[in-house]
Design a protein around this ligand. Structure first.
Ligand SMILES: Nc1ncnc2c1ncn2[C@@H]1O[C@H](COP(=O)(O)OP(=O)(O)OP(=O)(O)O)[C@@H](O)[C@H]1O
Ligand SMILES: [Mg+2]
Length: 286
């Protein structure tokens, strides 16, 4: 994921948090989240800190997100050293990071998120997990009448730090039109959690086009499938039904077979769409 795309999406959280506070000079006591640290910050300072902390978070999940697990540990240590107050540690001279933004010393940087509860602070993903309540899942799955509940075992997502993290990125990036890619070991819920998120989006606002890649998937086939799922708006423009937004979910992205030169044409087609925003019409050649 691009660092700036993540950063841009995160800054919206500050804007919405700020608009919810009428008095910018409101004094906030940080004693509750940082025991032992007794200082007060005003709203402007909190916003400045959040801008810096989100910069860290965007770096962690862009440059740091694609690293090999062994390198992730070293990257985590490197970032924490940057924050370290110890004057003997090697870091750019003059770099001063406010205490409330510093990455927690004893946590891995991949295990934390900067969120606003009462006010902004670093939290562990496990602390932002909302417990799974069966009654809420039943309510979400109710169709029109209350006796018509089709609840399958697959509909129940057990909340874990991993689900909280995936949901956070889906909400933060997808709802702001930023494409994102989940990579991880098999059976860790990438498909199940994304499906659950998309299923619970308000249907009057969003439509979801899902496609599962297979070994045989070709670029032409992929283009045709997408275009049949969208509406023709003008001669050369396709889109979601009027007044709605379309989300495209491509599952098992790595599956298409490689061609002679090692490329995977269906993935190249998606890349062209994300980078340039258009495809060529294969019949008219424009
Ligand atoms: N948090 C969870 N709560 C409930 N079920 C889960 C959870 N995580 C995974 N599962 C279940 O584990 C099974 C495998 O999950 P899923 O297919 O989403 O994995 P995946 O990460 O997409 O794997 P692959 O990389 O092979 O596609 C599914 O039956 C799914 O319902
Ligand atoms: Mg999957």
């Amino acid at each position: 994921m691009s660092m700036l795309k993540i950063y841009e999406s995160l800054l919206v959280n500050i804007r919405s948090a700020k608009s919810g506070t009428e008095n910018e000079e409101e004094i906030i006591d940080t004693e509750e989240t940082s025991p032992g640290v007794c200082h007060s910050i005003n709203m402007n300072e909190e916003v400045r800190n959040a801008i810096l902390a989100y910069g860290f978070f965007a770096v962690i999940w862009s440059f740091g997100g694609v690293l090999h697990p062994d390198s992730k540990q070293r990257f985590s240590e490197y970032l924490k050293n940057l924050c370290d107050q110890d004057p003997t540690s090697s870091k750019p001279r003059g770099l001063q990071i406010p205490r409330s933004v510093q990455l927690p010393k004893f946590e891995n940087v991949y295990d934390i998120v900067y969120v606003k509860k009462k006010f902004f602070s670093w939290c562990l993903w496990k602390d932002v997990v909302t417990p799974t309540k069966i009654e809420d899942i039943i309510k979400l799955n109710m169709k029109n009448n209350e006796n018509d509940v089709h609840l399958m075992l697959n509909d129940i997502i057990v909340s874990t730090p991993g689900t909280a993290m995936q949901m956070y990125f889906l909400e933060t990036l997808l709802l702001q039109d930023k494409p994102l890619l989940f990579v991880g070991p098999t059976g860790t819920g990438k498909t199940a959690i994304t499906n659950s998120f998309l299923r619970h989006l308000p249907q009057e606002k969003y439509v979801v086009c899902q496609i599962n890649f297979s070994v045989q998937a070709s670029a032409n086939q992929t283009q045709d499938i997408f275009l049949t799922k969208l509406e023709r708006r003008k001669q050369r423009v396709y889109g979601a039904p009027l007044g709605k937004q379309a989300f495209v979910f491509v599952d098992d992205l790595n599956m298409p077979a490689k061609e002679k030169y090692g490329a995977q044409p269906p993935i190249e087609l998606l890349r062209q769409w994300i980078d340039h925003g258009y495809w060529f019409d294969r019949c008219n050649k424009y």
